[in-house]
Design a protein around this ligand. Structure first.
Ligand code: PRX
Length: 628
């Protein structure tokens, strides 16, 4: 691993020289005057004074050489449709979307909220925003009205782009009623709502506010919207992610640093080159969708596959069928999807010609050794575990075959990626841990290009949330436990906070608790993440009722459980629905009133609850045991 190590060392020792060289990968309308401004730690500003544009670099820059080649390949097994957009088609659609937004008054700095399923218009509108310098905020389609309302309030969008419906397992899932509810619940009202009508569900249009996209698009199909050249550190987008509070954090990304970092990662981490085909099965509502469905591949002149559907419909060979049909070079998925495939007929893995496929990347949750090994043996292709977060925007730990092929170890996402001065830090002393010593995975600032610049509208929260975890040390905390072995391989050992990961979806347990607590019968609750063979983790809720005698009525337990699940579904979406709601008379707490989550998780997983010296009422744990 000589080359990877040396490359990493250079990137940290002389950050400016390293990134000045990488910055040449993109077009700068105006060159930058400084590579890095780190005069106000921990805020890092990259490529200061440089003017560029994400949409120009992803679309226009490739028109001369790749105008007639595939750029966006849309496959939907939900509505049985496949469309290949060339780079020229993409340019046309993006310009039409940009002209539409412009007609509705959107200008640089305005926010546009995008609440769409995996349809090409999601990418068109993201790129259209980038073209205009408007800041997009894509909200995952699986989130419900309350989540959406919180994001509308925080981002204050001038325009919202949405649709009549998504589809899951062949059944339409209406979006418009959720959007209407969300707008009603929020205190900010968007001026306009643009609706892509898929003809899947009836839609009520609010006069004066709601507009169907089709006629707007038709009017603007030949528009040529000038690119707005943005200073490298202007915001490109806001993407909300869960943390330890009930309020999601708006991760704010820059323009120039993000473009450079993604372009470089496409080569060094994903081994891609212009003309290659990249297929990430993530949803655009998550960070992987932003970085590796939309921006990364397109910025590097690669085609991207956008997939609306599940990995098992029409059968569990669908991912491989797509790889064969479109000669995919790299597949990026999540461990949960692979665990699901593992349950199906192994013959499905050899039904298609996978000769184009070079590697498979998995991220978003821990990749267990068995699953990784199974996939790589079954396909005879390298499987690469990469570790990162919404906050960083691109991998922190990964094998980097574009630099050097180094043997991987299942269970380990390999080594720190260039640009990240990654450490394992002892949370009590704030000092670096030695080999094999468990600590918090941290990044010595400045964060590299493309990582979050701040929390939207809240610099103070950015510093407090991410940079104040270690005594006497200004260092970014990932909130993940980890360790490095004697050979320099890194391991991720779970979250240090109340965030859980269900099937690769990052969820805040506090957000779910707040929903449980809105049920009138509930006094308080604790939601924890419990190990699950398929989904990695699943949510489990423990609720204390205002009147425990309620449970004595026949059928009350089942009725309450169903009602609380429904509340969660309506507020947070089906992804957040706990596997079970269990009722107890009291929650195990410390004397200072903190719920002992780790002890609850241990009991749920059949383990020893550990150190209980701080517990207020040991009987509370017996109740958890009994409820289980
Ligand atoms: O806990 C880590 C886990 O997912 C979190 C980040 O989730 P999100 O913000 O949705 O970004 C996903 C980007 C791929 C991390 O803090 N996580 C992510 N990748 C891995 C992982 N845990 C173990 N191994 C991974 N490869």
């Amino acid at each position: 691993m000589q080359k990877v190590r040396e490359f990493h060392r250079q990137s940290i020792q002389d950050r400016e020289a390293f990134w000045a060289r990488e910055a040449q990968r993109i077009h700068w309308e105006t060159p930058f005057t400084r590579v890095l401004d780190y005069s106000r730690p921990p805020f890092a500003r990259w490529f200061v004074g440089g003017r560029t544009n994400l949409c120009y670099n992803a679309v226009d820059r490739w028109l001369d050489t790749q105008g007639d080649q595939p750029a966006l390949i849309w496959v939907s097994t939900e509505v049985d449709q496949e469309i290949v957009y060339t780079r020229a088609d993409l340019a046309r659609e993006v310009n039409a979307a940009a002209a539409t937004l412009q007609e509705l008054g959107v200008v640089q700095g305005d926010r546009v909220l995008i609440y769409l399923p995996m349809i090409p218009q999601a990418a068109f509108f993201m790129l259209a925003c980038a073209r205009l310098g408007a800041i997009h905020s894509v909200v995952f389609g699986g989130f419900a009205a309350h989540n959406l309302a919180q994001r509308i309030d925080d981002a204050q969008p001038r325009v919202i782009v949405s649709t009549d419906a998504g589809s899951r397992g062949g059944r339409p899932i209406a979006y418009k009623p959720l959007l209407d509810q969300a707008i009603e619940q929020s205190s900010h009202a968007p001026e306009r709502v643009v609706l892509v009508n898929r003809g899947l569900a009836p839609m009520d249009l609010t006069p004066g506010r709601d507009l169907e996209y089709a006629p707007l698009r038709a009017r603007h199909l030949d528009a040529q919207v000038p690119v707005v050249w943005l200073e490298s550190n202007e915001p490109s987008y806001i993407l909300y992610t869960s943390g330890t509070t009930g309020n999601p954090k708006g991760v704010q990304r820059d323009v120039g640093g993000y473009a450079v970092a993604l372009c470089a990662s496409m080569e060094y981490i994903y081994g891609g080159k212009p003309g290659d085909v990249y297929f990430s099965s993530s949803d655009v509502g998550w960070v992987v969708g932003h970085s590796y469905v939309v921006y990364g591949p397109l910025l590097n002149g690669q085609a991207t596959v956008m997939y609306e559907g599940t990995p098992v419909r029409p059968d569990a060979a669908i991912l491989w069928r797509i790889v064969e049909t479109y000669r995919v070079n790299v597949l990026f998925s999540a461990p949960t999807a692979i665990r699901v495939l593992k349950k199906h007929d192994p013959a499905l893995l050899s039904r298609h010609d996978l000769s184009s496929l070079e590697r498979i990347y998995l991220a978003g949750e821990p990749l267990d050794e068995l699953t990784g090994q199974w996939l790589s043996e079954a396909l005879g292709k390298p499987v690469i575990d990469n570790y990162w977060q919404t906050e960083t925007g691109w991998p922190i730990l990964s094998a980097q075959p574009g630099i050097e092929e180094v043997p991987t170890r299942f269970g380990s996402p390999s080594f720190p990626v260039y640009g990240y001065d990654a450490r394992v830090v002892d949370e009590t002393t704030g000092r670096d841990c030695g080999p094999n010593q468990k600590g918090v995975v941290a990044i010595e600032p400045p964060l590299p290009p493309g990582a979050m610049s701040t929390i939207w509208g809240n610099d103070e929260r950015f510093v407090r949330t991410y940079f104040q975890s270690f005594p006497g040390r200004l260092c970014y905390s990932t909130s993940d436990w980890g360790l490095v072995d004697d050979d320099g391989y890194w391991y991720i050992l779970g979250r240090t906070d109340d965030v859980i990961n269900v099937a690769g979806h990052r969820l805040g347990t506090r957000e779910i608790e707040e929903s449980v607590n809105t049920h009138p019968a509930v006094a308080e609750s604790a939601v924890v993440g419990v190990a699950d063979q398929l989904k990695g983790q699943e949510a489990m809720a423990f609720a204390v009722l205002r009147n425990p005698a309620l449970l004595e009525e026949s059928g009350a337990r089942e009725r309450l459980e169903a009602e609380i699940k429904r509340v969660i579904e309506q507020r947070n979406g089906a992804v957040a629905r706990p596997a079970r709601i269990l009722f107890v008379n009291t929650l195990p707490k410390t004397r200072s009133g903190k719920v002992l989550r780790r002890a609850i998780v241990a009991l749920c997983e059949g383990r020893d609850p550990g150190d209980l010296t701080t517990i207020e009422d040991p009987g509370a744990l017996d109740q958890i045991r009994a409820a289980l």
